[in-house]
Design a protein around this ligand. Sequence first.
Ligand code: GSH
Length: 231
Amino acid sequence: MTNDPCLTLYAHPLSSYCWKVLLALYETHTPFALVEIQGRPKSDPALSSFWPIGKMPLLFDAARNESVPESSIIIEYLQQHYATKAALIPPSPAASLETRLWDRFFDLHLHSCMQKRVSDRLRPDHEKDPTGVADANATLDTAYAMLEQRMATRKFVAAEHFTMADCAAMPALFYADAIRPFSNAHPALAAYFKRLIARPAGRRIIREAQPFFQYFPFQATLDPEFQNPDF
Ligand SMILES: N[C@@H](CCC(=O)N[C@@H](CS)C(=O)NCC(=O)O)C(=O)O
């Protein structure tokens, strides 16, 4: 009899999509082993042989001999096979759709814009894409305004309790706020973000990422609180 977890997450502590799955694992107290991807995921043989798209995270489940890519699918898989303590996708059909809608909202309209800003910052000057950056900023502004309205009357974004949509929200908002800060027009959004990062799972993920924040190209505008070892 071994206590080794059968789940292995291929991920990196700085990666925002990996945070989304780490949040799900920590929130549900699901045991797993972390394999830290070194360098680009595309050059990692274990990951890219299964998922040539070359994006992390990837979950491997030794008990079922299954490899699972894509953060939302990993969370759905965890819910189907492992989650015991928390329903990250609510059982009611209406609430489950709402959860998936807001999960998509964060990935497609916040996370992708934040990633666009990061990748543009890393490009050499002659490869910059000012139109793409302006589009990303405009979408972020729209997304912030929508969230401000929604979060004015809610504790969690999709249901009465913490769900997959909140897992998607936390990393997207964390990095987006450093790149295009919330303003005085966003008190409800800022308060929601604060509630997410105050959860033990959120704090743990931020602490685990601290040694790597030096590689985040917007480190200068990251709240110093997040870089404090006592966070
Ligand atoms: N849709 C994917 C997106 C994953 C993704 O964009 N991962 C980034 C890290 S946050 C990545 O692997 N980037 C590495 C690269 O593009 O080389 C998901 O939800 O898992």
